[in-house]
Design a protein around this ligand. Structure first.
Ligand SMILES: [Fe+2]
Length: 510
């Protein structure tokens, strides 16, 4: 293998990197051998575990902001197996900022799950990643279950989750030390998908699993004390690839979407080849969220794919779901991306904010777009998950266009607040070469009533490629056009995936 960059997809030709194309100084040396945009620049791994107290602040941390903002995301530790890397492969690294009494502390630590511990002892990567080839001789998954996708707070612990559906791992919310695998008292018999949800008040967890063998999907609920309440099979026509689900006060909304992989090709070649079946509807299944019935009421809508739901709620006989819809999820490969064309194209699909409404009495479906901008990673005030919300806070993803290097990798260049009732928007642009993260909306301490949706603080981690600095921005949920505080993080943060907000009353009682 030549270690000289030879492809078009290089650090130097993608604007997200430093203006002169050099890697960040704290990135591991081995990345220089890899001509891969998701190992360089704002995405370059940072393999340092550390904590820092009493962080420097511009502006003022609100006195009623109390809790932790936690992000999961990839930070590849060793040179990838087979010299192949996919953006989704990196080892799970947790980054957390804690706010209390107007002060902030930051911690960064790897998740020490099964695969991480084995590779740590070996001093090298062992499992292949999504770019394959899959190795079915290895224990566990034929690719590494990195558990790097999402984090939620459940039963006094952070849970790390993986988008392919994997083993959830418990993490101490104060130390970020890995505790062990979450088994729900030994009763969790399968994997769990990335976008499980916890009710902020009842503390129950709602989750689904999907797999290539029957039953193709299951849905379950765990009690607040860490025990399994129920886990039921969901009847589908074949394997699917759902990513998220909706949750209302009485229902879970399961996704059966016509964008899924070919099982025969998976068996024959060990590769997931995705196809969009435009002749099949998008199906949404409403099921009693508490498992009082295993009956699923299915609704059909226009074909599409969905990564993330902003929120869903009930109004009379209607159940509403707002999320980011992909009209055409089939990625278009750019030959300039050479052998990385497939992976690069999957991160360049477009998504628009969209509303689906289902009538539980008549079976009617109403649907339609709410905007035309390319936004994703939507969040709402965490106290309002499953309850009617007026605002959604989305990350703006630039769309690549000919002659421009912008948008070649997925980055968040701005945050938009949608008013779902009036259609009005607010926007904050992070700046040239400056990238944000999914921004959970932290409720102000004590703001728990229906009129308190705006008493909250969207928070986001920032990576600035101009000087490799990082910081956390705090916004007032009612006006996101400028941050109210900027908290300096001592070292660069590598761009991550999903995040959560943990209320201080939960975290310091844990
Ligand atoms: Fe996701």
């Amino acid at each position: 293998m030549s270690h000289e960059p030879s492809l078009a997809v290089t650090a130097a030709n993608v604007r997200m990197f430093a203006p002169d194309g050099t890697p960040p100084p704290d990135a591991p040396d081995w990345i220089r051998h890899f001509d891969h945009p998701y190992l360089h620049g704002a995405f370059a791994p940072t393999d340092i575990e550390y904590e820092a107290e009493d962080l420097e602040v511009e502006g003022e941390i609100p006195a009623d902001l109390c809790g932790a903002y936690v992000m999961n995301g990839p930070s590849q530790r060793f040179e990838p197996v087979n010299e192949k890397y996919h953006y989704y492969d990196g080892d799970a690294q947790l980054r957390a900022i804690y706010f209390r009494d107007g002060k902030a502390t930051f911690k960064q630590k790897y998740l020490h799950n099964g695969a991480f511990i084995v590779e740590d002892k070996a001093g090298k990567a062992i499992w292949p990643g999504l770019a394959g080839p899959y190795d079915f001789r290895l224990p566990g998954s034929p690719i590494k279950d990195v558990s790097n996708t999402d984090v939620i707070f459940y039963n006094g612990k952070i849970l790390s989750l993986w988008y392919m559906a994997g083993d959830p791992y418990q993490v101490d919310p104060l130390t970020l030390e890995t505790v062990g695998r979450e088994t729900l008292g030994g009763n969790l018999s399968h994997s769990v998908s990335a976008h499980s949800k916890t009710d902020p008040f009842s503390k129950q967890m709602f989750f689904f699993n999907y797999q290539d063998e029957p039953p193709y999907m299951s849905y379950g609920m765990a009690n607040a004390d860490g025990t399994l309440n129920f886990d039921i099979d969901i009847d589908l026509a074949g394997p699917r690839s759902p990513h998220d689900m909706g949750l209302t006060e009485n229902y879970a909304i399961l996704h059966d979407l016509p964008f899924y992989h070919d099982v025969d090709l998976l068996k024959k070649f060990g590769r997931r080849v995705m196809g969009f079946h435009r002749d099949q509807p998008a199906r949404f299944g409403l099921i009693d969220r508490f498992g009082r019935s295993d009956k699923v009421q299915w609704f059909e809508a226009e074909p599409c794919y969905i990564l993330h739901i902003a929120n869903s709620w009930e109004e009379g006989d209607w159940v509403h779901m707002v999320g980011c819809r992909q009209e055409d999820p089939m990625p278009v490969k750019d030959p300039a991306d050479h052998h990385l064309a497939s992976m690069m194209s999957y991160r360049r699909r477009t998504h628009i904010l969209y509303r689906w409404s289902f009538n539980t009495k008549t079976g009617a479906v109403s649907e339609g777009p709410m905007d035309d901008r390319n936004t994703e990673f939507p969040t709402v005030n965490t106290n309002f998950v499953g309850r009617k919300t007026r605002y959604s806070y989305n990350q703006v993803i630039p769309i690549p266009h000919e002659g421009s290097l912008e948008g070649r990798c997925q980055t968040f260049n701005a945050m938009v607040r949608y008013d779902l009732e009036t259609g009005e928007t607010q926007r904050y642009d992070y700046g040239d070469g400056v990238y944000g993260s999914e921004a959970p909306v932290a409720p102000a301490h004590g703001a728990t009533t229906a009129s308190d949706e705006g008493r909250a603080y969207p928070v986001t981690f920032i990576t600035d490629t101009n000087d490799w600095s990082s910081y956390c921005l705090i916004f007032d949920a009612d006006d996101i056009t400028k941050p109210i505080a900027k908290v300096k993080i001592p070292r660069r943060i590598s761009i991550g995936f999903h995040t959560t907000w943990i209320d201080g009353a939960d975290i310091w009682a844990a």
